[in-house]
Write a protein that binds this ligand. Structure first.
Ligand code: GLP
Length: 272
C-alpha cells in the first residue's frame, strides 16, 4: 500500500488531481479504448474535482475519452434534489469538464427494480472493460462508498441500509434533520472497488483519524471496509497531517521517509 501524507486538504486535493490526470495521460485513451474512472462524492473529493476541472480548462487533460462510474446514490431521493449524488456530480465536476454525458454512469436510486439496476450496473462496468482507477473517500467509521461496517468484503453493487452513524454524519446536508436523510442507498460493493486495476483513497481531517488507523494498521476486517485495500495490489491513500494523529509514530515516520526517498509528494504536487 502506498500512503502519501500531505500538509492539508488543499495539498491532498492537488496531489490526488495530478495523480488522476497523470493516469489518464499515461493511458492516452481513445474512443475505442476509453479510460474508466470510478468517482466518489462527499466533501473529500471536491478540491480534487476543482483542480481536475482547472487542468481540463487549461488544456492539460481531456475527459472526452473517459467513462465514469459513480460509487453510490441514495434510494428514493429525486435526481433533481440538491443533495442527490447526481446533482453533486454535475454541480461539482461534470458541468465543468468536457465529458460526454453518455459516458457518465450513476446508479438510479429511483429505478422501478433496484436489484436489476444493481445487476445492470455491474454488467456495464464489465462491458466497459473494468475500472482503471477507482477513487474513494471514507466515512468516519471506515466505510467505503456505502459499504457500512459488516459489509462483505467481496460484495458487488447492491442496496445497503445506512447505519445511524452515517445518517448522522450526512445530516449536515439535509438541514440537520435526521428524518430527511435517506435510510438506504445503492452502492458498488467492496469487491467492485477492489476489482479496479488501481484504487486511490482520499482521507483528510481529524474526524477520519480513527478510520485511517484501521485502514492502515488494523487487520483486514469487514467492520472497517476500507481495510480491504490492504489486499489490493495497487492501493493508494493520500491523506493530510490531521488524519494521521492516531497512527503509530513508527508508521507515520515510515511513510514520511518512503515518500521523501521516492519523491512521491513533490512528484505529483508539482506535476502541472
Ligand atoms: C458518504 C459517501 C462516501 C464518502 C463518505 C465521506 O458516506 N457515501 O462515499 O466517502 O460519505 O464523506 P466526506 O468526504 O464528506 O467525509
Amino acid at each position: 500500500m502506498r500512503v502519501v501524507i500531505t500538509p492539508d486538504y488543499e495539498s491532498v486535493s492537488k496531489w490526488a488531481a495530478h495523480f488522476v490526470a497523470n493516469k489518464i495521460l499515461e493511458a492516452n485513451p481513445t474512443p475505442e479504448h476509453k479510460f474508466v474512472l470510478g468517482c466518489p462524492t462527499g466533501s473529500s473529493p471536491i478540491g480534487m474535482y476543482r483542480e481536475l476541472a482547472r487542468l481540463n480548462k487549461a488544456g492539460i487533460i481531456s475527459f472526452k475519452n473517459v467513462i465514469t462510474f459513480n460509487m453510490d446514490e441514495y434510494v428514493g431521493l429525486p435526481e433533481s434534489h440538491p443533495e442527490s449524488y447526481h446533482s453533486f456530480m454535475w454541480t461539482n465536476f461534470f458541468n465543468d469538464i468536457d465529458i460526454d454525458p453518455k459516458n457518465v454512469h450513476i446508479l438510479n436510486g429511483n429505478a422501478p427494480d433496484l436489484l436489476e439496476e444493481c445487476r445492470n450496473y455491474e454488467k456495464m462496468i464489465e462491458e466497459a472493460g473494468g475500472i482503471d482507477l477507482f477513487i474513494g473517500g471514507i466515512g468516519p467509521d471506515g466505510h467505503i462508498a456505502f459499504n457500512e461496517p459488516g459489509s462483505s468484503l467481496s460484495s458487488k453493487t447492491r442496496i445497503k441500509t445506512l447505519t445511524t452513524n452515517t445518517i448522522q454524519a450526512n445530516c449536515r446536508f439535509f438541514d440537520n434533520d435526521i428524518n430527511k436523510v435517506p435510510k438506504q442507498a445503492l452502492t458498488v460493493g467492496v469487491g467492485t472497488v477492489m476489482s479496479a486495476r488501481e484504487v486511490l483513497i482520499l482521507c483528510n481531517g481529524h474526524q477520519k483519524a480513527h478510520a485511517l488507523k484501521h485502514a492502515i494498521e488494523g487487520g483486514v476486517n469487514h467492520m472497517w471496509t476500507v481495510s480491504a485495500l490492504q489486499m489490493h495490489e495497487h492501493g493508494n491513500i493520500v491523506c493530510d497531517e490531521d488524519a494521521c494523529v492516531d497512527l503509530q509514530v513508527s508508521t507515520y515516520h515510515y511513510f514520511k521517509d518512503k515518500q521523501r526517498i521516492e519523491g512521491l509528494l513533490e512528484h505529483y504536487i508539482d506535476m502541472f
